[in-house]
Design a protein around this ligand. Structure first.
Ligand code: ATP
Ligand code: MG
Length: 444
């Protein structure tokens, strides 16, 4: 069987073969090509050791020499070329403590996580598929290579990777593999937060973010995100909901696009509900103030997972304001724009919409028209070029100094008061009116 491979990859394989080595495209790129998906990157596995690879190509980078990996640069692209290897005992990571090179492709494929990821291809040999990856690919099954329990003992991250691949591909997890995952899930506590983050992120941004439920069912979230188990166990009984908090959350994930800020905000938006839960005598359940608690939890969870500060800030804000606590009016929308900035405001509208769509039809009838009003107000505000930030205010610090105010803290407070007046009433955004407004401060 022949598959399409990029010219660069064919060139690398060919060069290695002509020098007397074996070389194959391997892993994710073979899997994705067979599925008609575009691979993220092309990895090559070879019998040549790093020193030999480096001799054959003009431009290389020592990406992980001790693990056998050299990056070959061709034009603007890089290709990881890794020597056939057996993995030794695992330490913390993707990188085992010691690595032994081998002359056998089969040995190299054996160390890989799932059958669908353990196929190799070269134009000369065709597909090498020692573990029936092709069958599993066709049947839509994630199955560990060899004995599942052993494979998860070597590297517990594979437990989470199984859920991630199932969510990306819409695949089932084979029974023995799933059983071993459940048994070994506790070992995930030994895995570094950075590696967990990368897999969780891919799972959440996948075609099936709702497969997060599997991570719960298999006891994975109990170890890496117990707050998710709490929302799965929290019922909602009120006018707007007929799903548990957790099931509602999974539903909202299906209604939002695959942007990582949006997906994380959706996952975390109701994490505060278990703590905020209050039950009336008639059995109705309320969650007053939950957005603030959710935002605190979101901040902690995102920080613990070692995300960058931009993600931390944006996700926390989206969670904090997911209930749209601003008045549904032009003034309210100007205040929201001032508070969030335009970019985040637009993301917030997506969050609000997905949140509504995860509720019952009564809630949707109530909230979706309001959201549509908010969008219209936003359009009008933008069209009219109304002021929504200090930057757009008709006066600045210099104007205040010229009018006789002493530079200092008071000045900032004065400008803020002017801005608040303008957010309420955009017509006031003229130098004349704002200086008149500031006069009291200047005199004082
Ligand atoms: P992606 O599309 O996300 O890049 P991928 O399958 O290429 O998916 P990578 O994490 O890039 O995944 O790994 C490349 C290949 O290396 C995998 O297909 C698999 O064969 C192997 N591999 C990666 N991580 C592990 C692991 N923890 N245990 C065993 N094999 C692994
Ligand atoms: Mg890859």
């Amino acid at each position: 069987m022949r598959i399409e491979i990029p010219a660069h990859v064919a060139f690398i394989i060919n060069t290695l073969e002509r020098a007397g080595f074996e070389a194959y495209a391997v892993g994710g790129c073979v899997r994705d090509t067979l599925l008609n998906r575009v691979p993220e990157d092309w990895d090559i596995t070879t019998s040549a050791v790093p020193r030999q690879v480096k001799q054959l190509f003009k431009r290389t980078v020592d990406t992980g020499i001790q693990h056998g990996t050299v990056t070959v640069l061709l034009e603007k692209s890089g290709y990881e070329v890794t020597t056939y290897r057996l993995d030794g005992e695992y330490e913390d990571a993707r990188h085992p403590k010691d690595v032994t090179f081998t002359a056998s492709l089969t040995e190299d494929l054996k160390r890989r996580d799932f059958t669908i990821n353990a196929m190799a291809y070269s134009p000369k040999t065709g597909i090498v598929d020692e573990f029936h990856g092709m069958e599993d690919l066709q049947a839509g099954i994630i199955r560990a290579v060899g004995i599942a329990k052993e494979r998860f003992t070597e590297d517990a991250l594979r437990i989470l990777r199984a859920v991630r691949f199932s969510a990306q591909l819409g695949f089932a997890i084979e029974n023995e593999t799933a059983k071993a995952m459940k048994e070994m899930a506790g070992q995930l506590s030994m895995i570094s937060k950075e590696r967990i983050q990368a897999e969780l992120n891919k799972l959440l941004c996948s075609a099936h973010p709702e497969y997060f439920r599997r991570a719960y069912e298999l006891g994975i979230t109990a170890v890496i995100m117990p707050e998710f188990d709490r929302i799965m166990e929290t019922p909602q009984r009120n006018r707007y909901h007929n799903l548990s908090v957790g099931e509602h959350t999974l539903e909202t994930l299906r209604h939002i696009r695959g942007d990582h800020l949006l997906r994380w905000a959706m996952l975390l938006h109701d994490f505060g509900k278990p703590q905020a839960m209050l039950q009336d005598q008639d059995g109705t359940i309320h969650f007053y103030g939950h957005a603030k608690i959710s935002a605190e939890l979101a901040r902690r969870i995102i920080r613990d997972l070692k995300f960058d500060n931009a993600t931390l800030d944006s996700v926390t804000k989206l969670v904090l304001y997911h209930d749209f606590p601003f008045p549904v009016s032009k003034t309210g929308v100007r205040k929201a724009l001032n508070c969030l900035g335009e970019e985040l405001f637009l993301l917030l509208l997506e969050v609000c919409e997905a949140d509504s769509k995860g509720k019952n039809s009564y809630a949707q009838r109530t909230y979706l028209p309001k959201l549509s009003d908010i969008k219209n107000y936003y359009q009008e505000i933008i069209k009219a070029g109304e002021c929504v930030s200090l930057k757009e205010l008709a006066i600045n610090g210099k104007d205040l100094v010229e009018a006789g105010m002493k530079p200092g803290k008071e000045m900032g407070a004065c400008l803020q008061r002017c801005l608040e007046a303008v957010l309420e009433c955009p017509e006031k955004n003229t130098k004349e009116q704002l200086l008149a407004l500031a006069k009291a401060d200047i005199k004082g």
